[in-house]
Design a binder for this molecule. Sequence first.
Ligand SMILES: [Zn+2]
Length: 144
Amino acid sequence: MAPVDRLQPKFVDYIPDDVEAGVLYVSRRFSTATHLCCCGCGHEVVTPLNPAKWSIAERDGRVSLTPSVGNWSFPCRSHYIVSDNRILWASSMSPEAIAAVRRRDIQDAVRLAPPRPSWVRRLLAGALVAWTSTVAAITRPWRK
Ligand SMILES: [Zn+2]
């Protein structure tokens, strides 16, 4: 599959099983958006739309996603910004930088999560941080 340099938004209730390349499916109903990785690797990228994750802005039928899309868990590790349907390629990040972003994501997720007993929150944060360190350890061997 060839890389794409733009995404056409398609507003749907349900994300289809066959996600088409070059289309950004947006489901307001399920607060999520999905597209195929713009590098052309064919991996499906799911961007939940909520205050801890992504937000989508519409202008004259064109969409922008904030923040950038970083596909750290795919072999391609592509990183790009969707702005007015266009793909702006961003630089790739080091495993340390990726781990830092993940930690921030986890903190946001914990902070913005509905109130839970504090022991549940601590358990959750502990589990997620453990998982993040594992990912960092796994990604390290590929470093130059
Ligand atoms: Zn890719």
